[in-house]
Design a protein around this ligand. Structure first.
Ligand code: EPU
Length: 346
């Protein structure tokens, strides 16, 4: 295990932004992870775990901490006799390779989550979700190393406190947990989830689809909306979709003079697509210098190259300010920002 110094995070994040970090280490085993944590404790510096770097932004100034690059590998398959299967996967495995493998085995469960960049260990942190499915629905348990005690623990799905783009791992109570393995439940019985608009538009009245066809559909849908990571830097949706009161929707419809697409949640609150709001406010396709709002999907903020985290975050603030002025909504970043307090427009 080699601890590197002054490593640029541009090369380790899909936004391709950010300055150097003081220390950087790739870990491929639990003993190495423990060693890395002892190093950070001895130096009294913070640490942050990075998988594919697809949902994180580092500021330009050097961050005085340790980046732990998660490279734990391994997948264990266990087939049951009632058409169910369990797969336990190490945190450093690439998420979409795992999806591809389960789909090729005919397992139903995560096909709608095809093509999401990042690692398996990052999936529970923000409870990745797309096309009507959230990863929490198939997670049985999550194994974590407690950075305070250096011990491994198993957390049940309910102990992970999953919510919309949320889990215990994003909160104070979970800040010492480092995800090392995730165990998933699958079924070989067909269970297509086609209720999301893009999918029912794709398949029409068909319901006899195979799991491979669902993956192919998602690939096509995403290709049409998402930029290629080879061409521009992005961390996917930059903001969460805001959850507001029904009353606010009524008022916003008056201010914006149009019906607002929204989904009512179980508790009566309402989720609005932030991409729709940004398009409505004229941000879609808008470029300022080296950063901008993607032309085919306004929720994706992009970096065209040669930009800085400062330039990007200034753009983020401008977008947030305009949304707050027109709607009173304060957009929350979905992407983790390291090295700066997350700014909130007030
Ligand atoms: N919309 C617009 N204009 C836009 C973008 C979207 O009007 O520029 C409208 C769409 O027409 C649609 C609605 O907004 O009616 C929702 O759009 P979409 O289906 O693309 O989904 P989203 O809510 O913008 C969420 C996730 C994505 C995930 C998609 C697909 C969040 C923050 N994002 O986006 O996840 O891929 O659903 O299910 O919940 C990510 O987390 O990085 C991510 C890409």
């Amino acid at each position: 295990m080699e601890i590197l110094e002054h490593v640029s995070m541009c090369d380790h994040t899909t936004l391709r932004l950010g300055g150097e970090v003081r220390f950087f280490v790739s870990i491929a085993s639990v003993p190495e992870l423990r060693e890395a944590l002892v190093f950070a404790q001895d130096k009294k510096i913070p640490f942050v775990v990075v998988g594919g770097g697809s949902n994180v932004l580092f500021v330009d100034d050097e961050w005085n901490g340790l980046v732990i690059h998660m490279k734990l590998m391994g997948r264990e398959y266990e087939e049951g006799n009632k058409g169910d299967a369990k797969v336990t996967v190490a945190a450093g495995e690439i998420w979409d390779q795992f999806v591809e493998e389960t789909v090729s085995l005919g397992y139903w469960g995560i096909e709608n989550l095809s093509r999401i960049p990042g690692t398996v260990g990052a999936a529970p942190v923000q409870n990745i979700g797309a096309y009507g499915v959230e990863v929490a629905e198939v997670i049985d348990w999550v194994e974590v190393l407690n950075a305070k005690t250096n011990e491994l623990h198993i957390l049940s799905s309910s102990e992970c406190r999953f919510g919309y783009r949320d889990s215990i791992f994003k909160h104070e109570e979970g800040k010492d947990y480092i995800i090392t393995r995730v165990s998933f439940r699958f079924t070989t019985q067909p269970q297509p989830r086609l209720e999301y608009k893009d999918l029912y538009e794709y398949f029409g009245v068909r319901t006899d689809v195979s799991v491979t066809e669902v993956r192919e559909a998602i690939n096509k849908i995403r290709e049409a909306k998402f930029p290629s990571l080879m061409k521009v830097g992005t961390a996917g949706s930059f903001f969460k979709n805001p959850i507001v009161s029904e009353q606010l929707i009524v008022e916003m419809e008056k201010w914006l003079d149009t019906p607002i697409p929204h989904y009512t949640l179980k508790d009566g609150t309402v989720k609005i697509p932030a991409g729709w709001i940004l398009e409505r406010l004229g941000w879609k396709g808008k470029r300022e210098g080296n950063v901008g709002c993607w032309e085919k999907h306004a929720l994706l903020l992009v970096h065209y190259g040669e930009g800085s985290a400062k330039e990007f975050l200034n753009f983020v603030e401008k977008v947030k300010k305009s949304v707050k002025e027109k709607t009173t909504i304060i957009l929350e970043p979905e992407v983790r920002i390291v090295g700066a307090e997350v700014t909130t427009s007030t």
